[in-house]
Write a protein that binds this ligand. Structure first.
Ligand SMILES: Nc1ncnc2c1ncn2[C@@H]1O[C@H](COP(=O)(O)OP(=O)(O)O)[C@@H](O)[C@H]1O
Ligand SMILES: [Mg+2]
Length: 350
């Protein structure tokens, strides 16, 4: 187990600043997921922990020790990539113990480690098979087992599931959660997929353009986004965002919009519109509704009373409305003066 800390860390490639002065603590034993759009600096951050792409300035600490001068192999970290480089000509056992042989670990110890790791990922029956005879998920487990035999105190994973099909990805997510529980080791997992982040993490670190936007538990980041970027990035369909006056924006989640045939005089936010699309997804239905000004809103619900072209009213109550200021930061109820301005903007309407 190990805690990781970034202190004033900056990373540049030439003049291009990719990470700017990041401060960050990753808790010992946590399942931390770094999430953000492609190109925001996730892999760069992970590589700094691994020691395969050192920071330009600042410090990276593992368990309180500055690891800047410590070689990748001596940091107690193991990395699993999207393109898990398993050797096609070697069987599963040889793949798993490859690194151990290189490190001159004696045969009996290797056997124990391989047995332990293959059991943890459910590959004990497959040790003599060639990778070509395995499914994508099983191959990914070989890569995990190969990382596990090194007994790392930190697992670093860079989009390890993105080559798998949708169904297998869901299954592997559950397996990774279980693996984390069994190993109780720090996991730092990188993905651009917010669903993956939300489903596995105990802590989500949301990044954009080399900056940290928010660090929080999944439910917290969903219910309490700190800024407009977070509000838009987390959740699918995305939060509805509407511009009011004075640069103030209002947001509400699709499941908090209530459709009705009549205007609801008690609703704090209400617009008239027309159903443009209807997606019946089994358990719930997603409508898109367009108002006379051409703004489109997404609304999800368990009921399915409307069809395309129906005229509807969309109503939202204040307790489900988020406000964001000109600077795109959240305006909380505690900021009494600013919040009052938001309520006035809401009263004036669209
Ligand atoms: N070796 C490199 N040389 C120059 N630029 C790089 C290098 N690696 C990454 N970058 C740039 O750094 C930024 C962040 O990249 P990366 O960390 O790979 O993003 P992510 O993993 O979030 O998709 C991108 O703009 C990318 O082009
Ligand atoms: Mg990447």
């Amino acid at each position: 187990m190990a805690a990781i800390e970034f202190k004033n860390v900056t990373k540049k490639f030439g003049n291009h600043v990719v990470i700017e002065n990041i401060n960050l603590k990753i808790k010992d034993g946590s399942f931390t997921v770094l999430v953000g759009p492609s190109g925001c600096g996730k892999t760069t951050l992970l590589r700094m922990i691994a020691g395969i792409g050192p920071q330009t300035s600042g410090q990276v600490l593992i368990d309180g020790n500055d690891v800047t001068e410590i070689a990748p192999g001596k940091r107690g970290v193991a990395m699993v990539f999207q393109n898990y480089a398993i050797y096609p000509t070697m069987n599963v056992r040889d793949n798993i113990e490859f690194g151990l042989k290189n490190n001159k670990i004696p045969k009996e110890e290797r056997d124990i480690l391989v047995k332990e790791a293959s059991e943890k990922v459910g590959l004990e029956e497959y040790l003599d098979r060639k990778p070509s005879t395995l499914s994508g998920g099983q191959r990914q487990r070989v890569a995990l087992a190969r990382a596990m035999v090194k007994k790392p105190s930190v697992f670093l994973m860079d989009e390890p599931l993105s080559n798998l099909d949708a169904k297998l990805r869901v299954q592997m997510r559950v397996e990774l959660i279980e693996l984390h529980k069994k190993l109780q080791t720090t996991f730092v997992y990188v993905t651009h997929d917010q669903v993956e982040a939300m489903s596995m993490a105990d802590t989500v670190i949301l990044m954009n353009n080399g900056f940290i936007q928010q660090i929080a538990a999944p439910e917290e980041i969903y219910r309490n986004p700190a800024n407009l970027f977070t509000a838009r990035f987390i959740g699918s369909p995305a939060m509805n965002i509407v511009e009011l006056n004075d640069g103030i924006r209002l947001g509400f989640r699709p499941e908090r919009g209530i459709l009705s045939d009549e205007a609801d005089p008690k609703a704090d936010f209400s617009v008239e519109g027309q159903v443009v699309t209807r997606e019946m997804l089994g358990r719930e239905t997603t409508y898109s509704v367009r108002d006379p000004q051409g703004r489109t809103y997404m609304v999800t619900g368990l009921d399915d009373p409307y069809k395309v072209d129906d005229k509807v009213y969309l109503n939202v109550s204040l307790k489900h409305i988020y406000f964001f200021g000109k600077d795109e930061q959240r305006i909380y109820e505690e900021d009494a003066q600013q919040y009052q301005a938001c309520l006035e903007a809401l009263r004036r309407g669209l």
